[in-house]
Design a protein around this ligand. Sequence first.
Ligand code: ADP
Ligand code: ZN
Length: 529
Amino acid sequence: TRTSGSVSTRSAQEILEGVFGFDAFRGDQAEIVEHVSAGGDAVVLMPTGGGKSLCYQVPALVRDGTGLVISPLIALMEDQVAALRANGVAAAFLNSTLSWEEVQQVEAALLAGELDLLYMAPERLVQERTLAVLERARISLFAIDEAHCVSQWGHDFRTDYLGLAVLADRFPGIPRIALTATATQATHAELTERLRLDDARHFVASFDRPNIQYRIEPKSRARNQLLQFLRIEHAGDAGIVYCLSRRSVEQTAEFLRGEGFAALPYHAGLSEVERAENQRRFLREEGIVMVATIAFGMGIDKPDVRFVAHLDLPKSVEGYYQETGRAGRDGLPSTAWMAYGLGDVVQLGRMIDQSEGSAAHRRRQREHLEAMLALCETVDCRRVQILRYFGQDAEACGNCDTCLQPPRTWDATVPVQKLMSAVIRLDRQRGERYGAGQIIDVLRGRVSDRSTASRHEELSVWGIGADLTPAVWRSIVRQLLARGLLQAVGDYGVLVVPEAAGPVLRGEETVLLREDVQRTRTAQAGTSS
Ligand code: ADP
Ligand code: ZN
């Protein structure tokens, strides 16, 4: 094992070439490396695949002592350490998979100054015992990876990250670098404050991924839409299909295998052996389609992922950006494709309602969902919308679905008023609340045993929406939910008209809705009648 003393004389460029085998730094890397090597604190916002690791690995080798890397995921740190060791770097990790003896060995190596880099999880670092050991060691820097986890309002909060503020007091003078791929301006400010990086320099890379084409289409028969997408555009390509539940992961993988695709499942319910094997095949073999829950992907470094497909709506724009960002790390054209429907809105809303945690937490989750829905329903460039969400400006990209086929809008004020009236009448006059399906049946005047038993035929709103197809009605409901002009509440997602709908009901505001592409004809028929 090399001691860190011997590498400290090497320059950053020598290390980049000699240890990592790269010719040049990319983007902000050179400046970040120089700043941290010189002992400065840094906050680094860089998209996935941007090359964050080198930003602390190189300074750790330039500087005397051991670079301490705080990383939340055990699997991730083990991969990184293996890769570093393969490059001849003296790297180790401390985590719960190690025996007591192994921990002793690593700590001895640390104290003997034999380690270049040491990885551990935040919950271990903040223990008094660990801090005391670190104080006896020579530490070159602290790198806080996935630093957005310190944000209580973010989508990925981890309590243990809060304790990392202690580093500012206990290790003054040792540079700290916080890195994340998901940061809005609010998260950026919050992590700077909570980690007490007051004097840090900030490096904010562009979050634009110009080689990714963003597309979001209305969901009708999701699996068949996916099949079309894969057959026509990505036959033989490697990619990831994200589903919300383990069951739909299994079913979708099986469906795709039946259609001749090399599809593998990945979710937390599989054994560790199966997960490792499927991940290994995805990385090594060509053209594997990984059907997965979001448990899959963090730290996966596969450059030629040609598509990322979502069959269910992500919970936040951050999540969507992170997941789609796994496509096209090699810079070649790639697709981020999603099918999204009314059911998604109702389901995620219900999950938030039922989730544990404070009212403030649920409100925040709802805000995350609303931003995601706004991205789905936008009539503007998707890329502009995503970058604006991260506080960055951009021009319309000319490559996403809304740029290529600008969505048409139609004046849906009258149908929307009919829908709202039906919901309100049933609620106020009958004390009955229903989900979208039954409200639409009432509007369309669809006679059934239930409508007869409930005497819905007698309602003044019965059949007043027969001019529009159920598909158009569902599209209307979906868009109203996305805009907060309708709410789905409770276990059954019953519809409620919120206060915010007042101006629409009173005819003071018109409602322009997106005309879903495959529904163009019916929607037109609706408006002309
Ligand atoms: P991030 O952590 O930001 O997602 P990584 O640090 O994992 O990104 O880097 C992404 C990929 O880019 C890795 O395969 C890495 O080896 C490669 N990479 C990073 N910096 C450079 C560079 N300067 N030159 C060539 N490849 C690089
Ligand atoms: Zn665009």
